[in-house]
Design a protein around this ligand. Structure first.
Ligand code: FMN
Ligand code: SF4
Ligand code: SF4
Length: 262
């Protein structure tokens, strides 16, 4: 059984999840998702996995665009891992709906609870707490691999009904503004013009001008720029200074840079 795993990641949680799943499945290729402007995607394998972070209780725009450009075939097995920090809400139902609108289906949708990278709501949790999440995730990934290998049809995981109603409302409200939410990013005086933020942005939304990053308003809100800045120079609004940055400890800067589509 050959599998293609398409992934998108800001701080490495989804990349780590994809790698672990690939190890369990064997015979699996890992492919970074292309973004708006790239042509159609025509997966060759019969098993297609989509692995991505949950943003604002729903699918990131990049993932929607990717799925819209993906050629689908109802005979293929589609599954997804929505990597989150405890609130998957209705994200996987949204993906299922999207695939159904293309005359296909999400055969299985799994929620992966990992450490949060949404720094405006809090810095990285303690390493011991991170390890507890990673161990639980690893155990779940081995169970997911068994289900995927058997091509099981499983109802998509979701949050409680009240959350799905309220959070999906917030998602719909904020969705049209996501690309411009980068207006809250800024770099303080610690910036040494290393250009890592420019290189790591998965959608090339940052240009360096006069020695400082300038955000171009087609942001995906993945927070890679802020979290990977080696000087902790990048801030979001007023309350991220001094908060502990988060990156998956087994994912290195080079791994992230290798995922960026040129
Ligand atoms: C803009 C933004 C919004 C987020 N929204 C949610 C959310 O709605 N629910 C949740 O559980 N986690 C949310 N998170 C946390 C991430 O989904 C979580 O940390 C994920 O594991 C990050 O994966 P990555 O390292 O592959 O990017 C959000 C993170 C960001 C940056
Ligand atoms: S990664 Fe940080 S230090 Fe490097 S250019 Fe960007 S803001 Fe400046
Ligand atoms: S500008 Fe920063 S938050 Fe926005 S997509 Fe690029 S790396 Fe992600």
């Amino acid at each position: 059984m050959k599998t293609s795993l398409y992934f998108y990641t800001g701080t490495g949680n989804s990349l780590w999840t994809a790698r672990k799943l690939a190890e369990h499945l064997g015979n699996t290729e890992l492919i970074p998702m292309t973004f708006r402007g790239y042509g159609p995607i025509n997966p060759k394998q019969d098993n297609i996995g989509i692995i991505f972070p949950v943003h604002i209780w729903g699918l990131p725009p990049l993932v929607i665009d990717f799925v819209n450009r993906m050629g689908v075939d109802p005979s293929k097995y589609y599954f997804a891992l929505a990597v989150n920090a405890g609130q998957v809400a209705a994200t996987l139902l949204q993906l299922k709906k999207l695939l159904l609108s293309k005359n296909s289906d999400l055969c299985a949708g799994f929620s992966m609870n990992m450490p949060s990278n949404y720094i405006p709501w809090g810095g990285a949790i303690a390493q011991e707490k991170q390890q507890i999440k990673f161990s639980a995730a690893e155990e779940k990934i081995s169970r997911i691999a068994a289900m995927v290998r058997a091509r099981k049809n499983i109802p998509s995981e979701k949050g409680p009904l009240w959350q799905n109603i309220i959070f999906s409302f917030f998602y719909r409200k904020s969705f049209p503004h996501i690309h411009k939410m980068d207006k809250s990013f800024w770099a303080d005086d610690k910036c040494n013009t290393c250009r890592i933020c420019e290189k790591i942005c998965p959608v090339h939304n940052i240009l360096i001008s006069a020695g400082r990053p300038v955000w171009q308003h087609h942001c995906e809100q993945c927070f890679a720029c802020l979290q990977w800045c080696p000087e902790e120079s990048i801030q979001y609004g007023k309350n991220t200074k001094g908060k502990k940055r988060y990156r998956h400890p087994e994912i290195k800067l080079q791994d992230m840079l290798a995922c960026v589509i040129k």
